[in-house]
Design a protein around this ligand. Sequence first.
Ligand SMILES: [Zn+2]
Ligand SMILES: [Zn+2]
Length: 694
Amino acid sequence: MAQLVQVLVKTPAHSQIAGSLSYLSEQILSPGTLVRVPLGQRETTGLVWEDDSGASASQPAAEKLRPIGQAFNMLPPLSRQWLKLVGFAANYYQRSIGELALAALPQQLRELSPAQLLRRLKRQETQHPASQGSVQEKPPALTTEQSSALAQIEAGLGPFLLFGATGSGKTEVYLQCVERLLEREPQAQALVLVPEINLTPQLESRFSARFGAHKVVSFHSGLTHPQRLKNWLAAHQGSARIVLGTRMAVFTSMPSLRFIVVDEEHDPSYKQQEGARYSARDLAIYRGHIEGAKVILGSATPSLESWYHSRPQQEGGRYQKLFMPSRVGDGGQPPLVRFVDMNHQPKNSVFSPPLLAAIQARVERGEQCLILLNRRGYAPVLHCTDCAWKSECPHCSAFRVFHKVDRSLRCHHCGFTERVPRTCPACGNPDIRPLGRGTEKLEEHLNELLGQVLRPDGTPVCVARIDADTTRHKGTLESQMARMHAGEIDVLVGTQMIAKGHDFRNITLVAAVNVDNALFSSDFRASERLFSLLLQAAGRSGRDAGISKNSEMWVQTFYPSHPLFEALKKHDFPLFAFQLLKERQQASLPPFSFQALVRAEARTQETAQDFLLAAGELGAGSALALGVTIYPAVPMSVQRIANIERAQMLIESPSRTALQRFLLGWHTMLHDLRQGPRGKGLVRWAVDVDPLVI
Ligand SMILES: [Zn+2]
Ligand SMILES: [Zn+2]
């Protein structure tokens, strides 16, 4: 007797098939089993879903039901917890479950037939004899701070926020946690997430040295399809005990997951910026909860959200905070922070004379410098060149964005719009312009300025640059890093990329030269990111005990008394977080409110905005009932890309539950709206829950 089974298939983002499809099966299939199913004229791989949830609204009549094809019986089904994870992620981030679940599996797994997969598995078995002996490195002795953190993790349930300074040895704590876990429970698995692909080889070699390479697999965008499948199978079948990877790895099938680390948890790259816009950090917390796995978030500059969640329990905190303030091995001396007040430097100078002199002195002593360019896409805010006026929004604690197209100033929070004034509203100066200038020429300029400087051996100075442009070719980043380590490069110029993770021993000066635009950004998270970037960059300086007492961080700014810099001078993240949380609370911004953005793209700005306007009208009633605010639609900061106009609308509520309930009901209306006359001319639309950039 044939059974009715629900199967998820990969569907386009906004197709009508939101849930699962019904098929007939002769055998009883448990949820999580992969099967081949007919879909239209073709056959595709699907996933058997729970009977009762996510059933499609358009259930075909019984006589139209089609039988499923072959099942992948050679693989254990995906666990109930895994199905719960993808179900939650799809609902929370407003995507179809089929799209999200199937995209979370390796592409090759979806393409191979059961027979092909069986052959692949057999081949893998012969290639990898189970007993792969490898010499395992002995763990080093821990510092008092590390031991205390480890003991608290062992004793507590978590989630934990490991607040450890750069160089305080967080990775060693992760390693020893995993080691103890595997001693207790040899079948257990651990997941370690890192923000960037560049950081995985370094970490992989440390874990492999400790546990043996056969126990460790990694996931990142640099893998080929066969490598990805092989690693996925090792994790799914349990032979890999440790999975390392970037954000997508949060969805790896791991049947015995007991421990999750999110390293550098504040890093924006944990948030997916297209398709299903999930936060891997937030999903890691959820996954830990449903799997019964301990979760550790680690950072020297935690996100304000995580910091807020780790306030004392009696004040409602949910995370346990662990402190590791000292650096390992160098007497704990953080670099001295110096500020150059650019108001007292020659007009229009990019590099101030005192900074240049300091760089020159380093080069002549044979030491290295790191010059940090802050080039993240900050939306332009206008300022007056004579007085302190900036294009603040009168209604919000945000700066309005300068839109060149129609010379307007718009608030991306409340939508308040005005034409750009002819003269400064405060002092009448006609010279008002965007904050922050182009940075492309900085390296060239620095080369000219340092052209005559010689190294101790009499050879000329070597200036090199690392950023997204120079490292597009595979291996360029590694070779530049190797040259830096070898001491061939004296001055390394780069974007945030160089501030992360790399352990250069001979750097005694780190300088940030163009940071002011982030202090007055339209994006309320910009100052949080800047502080984190500067503190991370400062951590690159003086890693070697012998030279750490000379190490300095220089910041050039027109606003040296800004509170952010006061906290930076003291290397005091808690002080900075305290100030910023107070501001956020007063302005009801996250983490004191919850947000979602709806984005629309069309040939004209009017079409895009009209879609959002109509969407707002449809949602107005339930928004009012639930206590959700819908703000007016505005053009996005980057208003046009490849001749497509982009607009966005902010949705906000003090309650996460209310926001979720609102979005759930509203989403169907938006699908219908898209099909109707007001959706005509729309290219695409999407919802971004907990957006990182507004
Ligand atoms: Zn002015
Ligand atoms: Zn406003």
